[in-house]
Each structure stands twice: as C-alpha cells, then as structure tokens.
Design a protein around this ligand. Structure first.
Ligand code: PLP
Length: 399
C-alpha cells in the first residue's frame, strides 16, 4: 500500500492537510466547508451527546456562525444566540419553534410588512391565533394578555412610522401575565438599545440591515436564554434557513464598525430631521430625537448614543410629491432596504407594506405620501442640501 496514488486521486484530496503554524490568524478564517470528518464512531456519539465539542454539518452550525452568535448575544446582554440566513428566517424559526396549533400570539400592529405577511398567511394557517394590538396603548396590551398567549411580539422602534414603544412597561405587563416579550430590535441595534435591559426575554435582529451595514449580505439572529434559543436553533435546522459561512463572516466584519456607524448616522439623522422640520412640503416628520415626537420622553429613556438613523417623512402632496422627491434625489438611492452605509429612502405603501390591506395601512398611518429614510454616514451638510433641494422641487412642481 506504499504506492503513491495517481494524480487524479491526489488532487481529490489536495490541500486538506492541517496547516502548521506557531502564529494564528488575527481575523477569523471563513470555514468554507459544509461538512466535518469524524475520527471514528465513538467521536460521532461524543459530539452528538455534547460530551465533546465539534461541528458536524454546516446547516447544524459552523465556526463562523458560532463566532457571530456569541458576539451578538454578548452585545444584547443575552445568554445565547442563533444566526440564520435572513431576518425573516430568524422570525420564522422563532415563531414555529416556540408555538403550536391552538396557541395564541399577541403582536404589535406596527411591525414590518414581511412579519405581518408571515403571521397572516402562515402562522394563522397553522391554527395559531394572531391578535394584533396597538402597543402604544398599554391598556390594549394588558387587556389582550388577559387571555394566555405564548408571546408578546413587538418592534421597539416601529417600521415604518418610527414610533417608540415603552419596552419597560411592556415587559412589566408581559411578566405579570407570564408571557415572554420578544422584541425585533433591527431599527435600534444594540448600540442604541438593549431590550433585555428593560426586561425583554428575546431579541430579533435582521442582520441584513445595520448590523452588517453594507447592503451586501443577508442575515438574521435570535438572541435570548439558552433554553429558548436551543428550541429556535433546532427549528432553524429543520427548516433549513441557515446562511453560508461567508455570509456570517461578512456580517461579523460589518458588525465591527457598528458603533461608529450608528453614532455618525444617528447624529446625521438628528441634524437632517431638525433641518427639515417645518419644511412647507412636509406634513409630518417622525424622528424620536425631535422634542415634539409623540414618544420623545420614552425614547430618551430607552435609547442611548443618539435616537437612531430612521426618519419617516409624510409629504403633503401624497404620491405625486413622493415621485418628485425620489426623482430629484441625486446620491440617495430609492431602494427597498435600510441600514446601509449610505442613506436610502423607501416608499412603504408600495414596498414593505404593499401587501398590507389598504384599510389597515390607513389605520397605521402608512399613507401614500409617507417616505422612510435610513440615514447613512455621509457628511450631514450634504444630506441636508440634497433632501431639502428635493423637497423644494415639490413646491415648484406643477402637481
Ligand atoms: N425586521 C424588520 C424590522 C425589518 O425591517 C425587516 C426587513 O426589512 C426584517 C425584520 C426582515 O429582515 P430580512 O430582510 O433580513 O429577512
């Protein structure tokens, strides 16, 4: 058996030998492998039974996921985390991992349109009662939780109307009812808010947004107590909504500048919101840092390092004015996302909340004149000049 294998055999195993090095990489490598080899059958038992740590198959977990999970759990001040292929796969794994037919979920009526779709088209279809509440009115929540529920689900800063929920009060109500509080904290990020500090049990992040921050990778995470996260992880493994190692690597790379980016973009958002307040083309501007924001006091208690990077602006001229503004913008892209390095703007009525019933859209104040800006890290004077000039166009347009 000393015979040297043929080249065809040798290349099938080329580059698989361990690389000897006294030094180690200062950035985590990308573990671009879908599978890990066992030394023997005893090792299979040891890894499956948790007596030895070891990776098995990428869908079950891999080093790049593990590194990102512990970084995000640490940032949220929670015990454990699971990362997924997108924010929606995180939410799906959470909902289906923790709920069964006959259960009931109480949900803030101001949530991302995709979350609402999942609840209305799938969660409901599996015989789980979905009860929407206006979570800005705490009495509604208290009343809704008089009937037992598996969870209370909210977004801390709401999409797209940029209201700020009183997480501390909601956590108190949920605790009294014996119901876990789940907070989608995508808009706030751990730099501005840790929902767990106010009593939330589980935090969701769409890492596609600020966490990764460069509009080049999708990801999601659920963070919480280890026993809950384990159930969510097993659900995510069964559903298969797990991203690849390079995705997790990119998210972790983006995460390293999260604090710098959020501080700059939220300072920009504050400057822009202040500059646009009172512009004659604007009916209403929603930014939690403005003293006349309806939950400014709550936001001041809940948020740190600024008031976030999300601004919603309702134009007096409805959809025509929106059209003029998006056509007049120069560098700010009209694109269906948020959380990138550069400022973007979206029209929720025709995008994120397009499939939401128009009557419900009206109820939620998602009008045809509403634009939602995600502010980036540009120089503030340029942003102010560009948006002001686009709004000025509305005043001079023939509509
Ligand atoms: N949560 C919020 C608040 C969102 O805005 C979004 C997407 O816009 C999601 C979750 C879903 O995230 P993803 O697009 O990564 O699936």
């Amino acid at each position: 058996m000393n015979q040297r294998p043929e080249p065809g055999t040798r290349i099938a195993h080329a580059g698989e030998e361990p690389v000897e090095s006294l030094t180690d990489p200062i950035v985590a490598p990308i573990y671009q492998t879908t599978v890990y080899g066992y030394p023997d059958v005893d090792a299979v038992d040891a890894v499956y039974e948790g007596r030895e740590s070891g990776f098995i198959y990428s869908r079950y977990g891999m080093p790049n996921h593990r590194l990102l999970e512990s970084a995000l759990a640490d940032l949220e001040g929670l015990e454990a985390g699971v990362v997924t292929a997108s924010g929606m796969s995180a939410i799906t794994a959470l909902l289906f991992g923790l709920m069964s037919t006959g259960d009931r979920i109480v949900v803030s009526n101001q949530v991302y349109g995709g979350t609402r779709n999942l609840l209305d088209r799938d969660v409901d279809r599996f015989g789980i009662e979905v009860r929407y509440v206006d979570a800005l009115d705490l009495k509604n929540v208290r009343d809704a939780l008089r009937t037992p529920a598996t969870m209370l689900y909210v977004e801390g800063i709401t999409n797209p109307t940029i209201n700020v929920l009183d997480l501390e009060a909601l956590a108190g109500i949920a605790r009294d009812a014996g119901t876990p509080l789940v907070v989608d904290s995508t808009f706030a990020t751990p730099i501005h808010c840790n929902p767990a500090e106010f009593g939330a049990d589980v935090v969701i992040q769409s890492a596609t947004k600020f966490i990764a921050g460069h509009n080049d990778v999708a990801g999601g995470a659920v963070l919480g107590p280890a026993n809950i996260i384990e159930r969510v992880r097993q659900q995510a493994i069964r559903f298969g909504g797990i991203g690849g190692p390079f995705d997790a690597w990119l998210v972790l790379r983006g995460l390293k500048t999260l604090s710098l980016r959020m501080r700059q973009s939220s300072a920009n958002a504050m400057s822009l919101a202040s500059a646009l307040d009172g512009h004659p083309a604007v009916r209403r501007i929603r930014y939690p840092g403005l003293p006349d924001h309806p939950q400014h006091t709550v936001a001041t208690r809940m948020l740190r390092n600024g008031y976030g990077s999300m601004i919603s602006i309702e134009l007096r001229g409805g959809r025509d004015a929106v059209e003029t503004v998006v056509r007049s913008l120069e560098t700010i892209r009209f694109a269906e996302t948020l959380g990138g390095l550069a400022t973007t703007v979206v029209h929720p009525a025709t995008t994120s909340h397009r499939s939401v019933d128009p009557e419900i859209r009206r109820e939620l104040e998602i009008s045809d004149g509403l634009l939602r800006f995600s502010i980036g890290i540009e120089e503030p004077q340029d942003l102010i000049r560009e948006v002001t000039s686009a709004l000025d166009q509305v005043l001079s347009s023939p509509h």
